[in-house]
Design a protein around this ligand. Structure first.
Ligand SMILES: Cc1ncc(COP(=O)(O)O)c(C=O)c1O
Length: 420
């Protein structure tokens, strides 16, 4: 094996598994061209992609710089256009989200900037309509209403649990884009992305899927016909609650548009955040597997507790989307929500205050188990009537299970419930 000329990289052509791609994806191994490293000599390469903390890249001569800046030769010029650490992360994300070569992933500075880029790439211009699931993350709706609606974009809503409603509105409104999440927050309904993609494709709308709750471990929406996939990488993808990041993935023609928008608007990921995300990504399959298993166990224990009136988790018998879940997700997810029997806000707060292990915080997807009160956190900005329509009651708690031992999580929850 001659590592120096790259045979190690090219020898294996068989399709690798998700877990393997997560570990090795994007890393600059032997034979990979590492711009800027040329000329440093030695037959070695770093096992871990370095943090290239540089905004600008110099070249050996003006002609090379001209070719690189003109896109005739691969390389880096200015970090808003590309940075080696960020590009390494994008390589890994592309392998995970688009393993059959059906697109590429770009890293951006937050989940919200990923959504903004996707909506812009879908050409939501004056007079166009966007159809958005009423169950999506509150800030996505705020972005549409406060940034796109004033530019004369018509924002309309549909029920993501009702394909008939989607089809009817796609036909009557002719939207340019449809926005939906893989798994809804906080009631954890599972969207039928393949069926939605058939509807949007038949009527010329772009389907944008926020796959934050799913991650490519549970589902790769591009394979089901979605046009653009977005993530808040702040959550499961990075996984450790220590950075803010976003991902947007698509095939042509959207990928080039997304790259141009990112470069021009400037919501790029910083190299340190990219390095942490790349490091986090390596354990995504391990974390997700454990988080899904913990969520199933937590859901089972909650179901038996007298202080709990109802539990939402796709693994439970009687979940309204059992058939869809089996078809579109590889596992049942790491989020659980439940309704306290006494549905008062004060009781929900007493329960949250009694937790000793689970962290009270308005986020999800971390290695720590996180407990949230959606009515005063993710859905705080909505008027009470809208919260009620979405089933976000005062007694509803959302849990994002971490990777701790399941008995410690259920022990903490049971103790806090017993104390009510
Ligand atoms: C489903 C979903 N999408 C997007 C976002 C926004 O992500 P960020 O906070 O990284 O901008 C969030 C944040 O909670 C989210 O839950």
């Amino acid at each position: 094996m001659n590592e120096a000329n790259g045979t190690q990289q090219r020898r294996h052509t068989e399709k690798r598994h998700f877990d393997t791609l997560a570990v090795h994806g994007g890393e600059l191994r032997a034979g990979a061209k590492v711009p800027g490293e040329k000329g440093r000599g030695g037959d070695f390469y770093p096992m871990s992609t370095p943090i290239h903390a540089s905004t600008t890249f110099s070249h050996s001569d003006a002609e090379t710089a001209d070719r690189v800046l003109g896109g005739e030769e691969p390389g880096f010029g200015y970090a808003r256009w590309g940075n080696p650490t960020v590009v390494a992360l994008e390589g890994a994300l592309t392998e995970l989200e688009c393993p059959s070569g059906n697109g590429r992933a770009l890293a951006v500075s937050s989940g919200m900037s990923a959504i903004h880029a996707a909506l812009t790439a879908a050409e939501l211009t004056s007079g166009s309509t966007v159809l958005v699931a009423e169950q999506v993350y509150g800030s996505t709706i705020t972005l549409l209403l406060q940034v796109f609606a004033p530019m004369d974009v018509q924002v309309r809503f549909f029920d993501a649990t009702d394909l008939g409603d989607l089809e009817k509105k796609v036909i009557s409104l002719g939207p340019r884009a449809v926005v939906v999440e893989t798994i809804s927050n906080p009631l954890l309904r599972v969207a039928d992305i393949p069926a939605m993609a058939r509807i949007t494709e038949a009527h010329g709308a772009a389907l944008i899927v926020d796959n934050t709750f799913g991650t490519p471990y549970l589902q790769r929406p591009l394979e089901f016909g979605a046009d653009i996939v977005v993530h808040s990488a702040t959550k499961y993808i990075a996984g450790h609650g220590d950075l803010t990041a976003g991902v947007v993935a698509a095939a042509a023609p959207y990928d080039a548009a997304l790259e141009q928008i990112r470069k021009t608007v400037g919501y790029v990921m910083d190299p340190f955040g990219a390095w942490l995300t790349l490091r986090g990504l390596k354990t995504l399959p391990l974390r997700m597997s454990r988080q899904c298993e913990n969520a199933r166990k937590v859901a089972g224990v909650l179901l038996e507790h007298p202080a709990v009136a109802a539990v939402n988790h796709p693994s439970l018998a009687g979940h309204p989307d059992g058939e869809i879940t089996a078809r579109v997700l590889s596992d049942t997810g790491g989020l659980v929500s439940f309704e306290l029997s006494d549905g008062a806000r004060g009781t929900a707060f007493r329960f949250l205050n009694a937790l000793e292990l689970c962290v009270r915080a308005p986020s999800l997807g971390d290695i720590y188990t996180i407990a949230t009160h959606p009515a005063t956190a993710s859905h705080r900005e909505l008027p009470p009537s809208r919260r009620e329509k979405l089933g976000v009651t005062e007694g509803l708690i959302r849990l994002s299970t971490g990777i701790e031992h399941h008995a410690d999580i259920t022990g903490d929850l049971t103790r806090a419930l017993d104390a009510l």
